[in-house]
Design a protein around this ligand. Sequence first.
Ligand code: DON
Length: 304
Amino acid sequence: MQFQPILDQINDEIRPLLGQAGTVASYIPALARVPAAQFGIAMRTCEGEEACAGDAATPFSIQSISKLFTLTLAMRRMGEVLWERIGREPSGNPFNSLVQLENEQGKPRNPFINAGAIAVADRLLNDGDAQRDLLAFMSSLAGEPIAFDEEVAASEAATGYRNFALANFMKSFGKIDHDVTPVLDMYFHQCALRMNCVQLARAAGFLCRDGAHPLGGAPAVCTERQTRRINALMLTCGTYDAAGDVAFSIGLPCKSGVGGGIVAVVPDQLTLAVWSPALDATGNSLLGLKALELFVAKTGLSVF
Ligand code: DON
């Protein structure tokens, strides 16, 4: 299949829609300043063929997309033990909701809602320098240096009232081992990773290659079984309370972030990254989802 003309067509169809609907995340002040009328799309096949269109080289804050990479690190370090204190069920609630935690004794429903990702960050603090290790991991996957946007991390640390509440609540149930402050410092930094669509499509490449390193040569990122499980979690929980709709209309494992990015996987074939900062009510990129719908319609690719 010729992918470049398909991405060009999608870009041509999305551009006229920019600025018409959705709102940029405003609860993180540094994100509220990002111009909404931007759109990028990039993809990389298992064989390493790349294509991109629009603002695919413009870096943005990957936010919750980082949760799939920290989950990968935690799964390969901890194995099954990780799941003792983190569930694997869709929450059916907004990503920053507190309500389920009280009834469920501080055990987050899944690793992709904020509470779950904060719990994963806590586990990553058990070994070495978690922030440095995450940067090394991301840079290795993307094949180029990746950095934190310190302004975004500081902005979120100054205003992350809900995340402090979630972390303190889990701590009160004994579900967080470390002090809340370093756990949230790790979490705010992972969310503040700054990447573009091309880098993200590459970095997620292990998810369409049964865990093999996206750029080849290097040791596997994780096992085939772990890769299947990450993809399953992306499909069921990766877009929060929109996961059912996304499975219905797109049919691919996806992970979104409030920076407006979404990573999608076609297992054994390719990974895609789309970005457009204006979000819908569930915190997912409005035109990012539209672009993924167009991609599956034009290519016929789906896991179903
Ligand atoms: O913790 C937060 O609220 C943000 N740093 C990340 C949330 C997010 O990206 C949810 N995604 N759609």
